[in-house]
Design a protein around this ligand. Structure first.
Ligand code: NAD
Length: 336
């Protein structure tokens, strides 16, 4: 039996082909992993009638760790998001999204090292919606004190554990004085327990402008669910785009690792989508299970291939397929 068994949801669109690349690299990392495959999204709807079957939840509860590919959520109709369902069912409340400059990936900014910590179970993103009449639709934005305290406390604990200096809490409390006001007040309350970490709060629209103008001024950024969804994509754009943006979705008992990006339907079958975001999510997974040395080796092999620039995907100016890129990383790992 392998040392670690992880649940794998390969995902939809380009998800399965990216997972094959990442699995090839994980298999060359020397870590004794085995994979238990599970369904979510449209394949699950077709098979079971709903986007996340109990078998998938049971597998993650048993293995505690899941690698998840992107799932496709129809816009404006159809089945409920598998992501929202999984996050709620497993109480995966903290979405940790690092945005770090990668050697060899050219962007307008260098030396960016941000971490977005996004609340992942509440807010209007929980999609509690209904029709009031034929012409009026309503969405409930629910922000709770326990939910806000735990995500902001998670952000401060993360900052302390990773030797970071500042936590910025993002809100729109000038307009949504009750819901975002609650989030902001929880920020002030939690910050008082961490006197060695600087606390700052910013209104979300200003945060968006500041990230475009002076991203180097920020460190850990803690956001409610919807603002976090949007601004962590902006942060990904600062460090090379969605092809490089990983995420960990953490609860008290289970952890799920995935790319920030979606199923990139327009690239299905072209093998051109960059697997680096899912690979970095897998690196976060290796760190999470305690395989820090292997995580570092894989990261350095990826950076070496990117810095050389010969076997890279189209989004960073290359002509390689994602499979050729993954094979180049495997060769680096073997040579190390
Ligand atoms: P997307 O992230 O799939 O793609 C947006 C654009 O970003 C792409 O057209 C491409 O130009 C670029 N991009 C994304 N990933 C890339 C990669 N790995 N390499 C190179 N370029 C990359 O977003 P979308 O088109 O808005 O959404 C498509 C579907 O994915 C939707 O159904 C959406 O609901 C779903 N989605 C799922 C998740 C998830 O499961 N975690 C996250 C976001 C979107």
């Amino acid at each position: 039996m392998a040392k670690y068994t992880i649940t794998v949801i390969p995902g939809e669109g380009t998800g399965p082909e990216i997972w094959e690349c990442v699995q090839m690299i994980l298999d060359a990392s020397g870590v004794d992993l085995s994979y238990e495959y599970a369904d979510a999204g449209l394949p699950a709807v077709e098979k079971y009638g709903y986007p996340v079957p109990p078998e998938t939840i049971e597998s993650i509860k048993k293995n505690k760790v899941c690698m998840k590919g992107p799932t496709t959520t129809p816009v404006g109709f159809g089945h409920k998001s598998a992501n929202v369902t999984l996050r709620k069912a497993l109480d995966l409340y903290a979405n940790v999204r690092p945005a770090r400059s990668i050697p060899g990936v050219k962007t307008p900014w260098q030396n960016i090292d941000l971490v977005g910590i996004r609340e992942n179970t509440e807010d209007s993103y929980a999609a509690i919606e209904h029709w009031v009449s034929d012409e009026v639709a309503q969405c409930l934005k629910v922000i709770t004190r326990p939910g806000s305290l735990r995500i902001i406390d998670y952000a401060f604990k993360y900052a302390r554990a990773h030797n970071r200096k500042k936590v910025t809490v993002v809100h729109k409390a000038n307009i949504m004085k009750i819901t975002d006001g609650l989030f902001l007040n929880c920020g002030r309350e939690v910050a008082a327990h961490y006197p060695n970490i600087e606390f700052q709060d910013l209104i979300v629209d200003n945060m968006a402008m500041q990230l475009a103008l002076k991203p180097y001024l920020y460190d850990v950024i803690c956001l409610p669910n919807l603002y976090g969804d949007i601004l962590t994509d902006l942060m990904a754009g600062l460090t090379g785009g969605l092809g490089f943006a990983p995420g960990a979705i953490i609860g008290d008992n289970y952890a799920m690792f995935e790319a920030v990006h979606g199923s990139t339907p327009k690239y299905i079958g072209m093998k051109r989508v960059n697997p680096s975001a899912v690979l970095q999510a897998a690196i976060m997974m290796l760190e999470h299970i305690g395989e820090k040395e292997a995580a570092q080796r894989v990261y350095h092999a990826m950076c070496a291939v990117l810095a050389e620039g010969k076997k890279v995907t189209a989004d960073v100016g290359g002509t390689c397929t994602n499979e050729e890129y993954a094979k180049a990383i495997v060769e680096r790992l073997k040579a190390a």
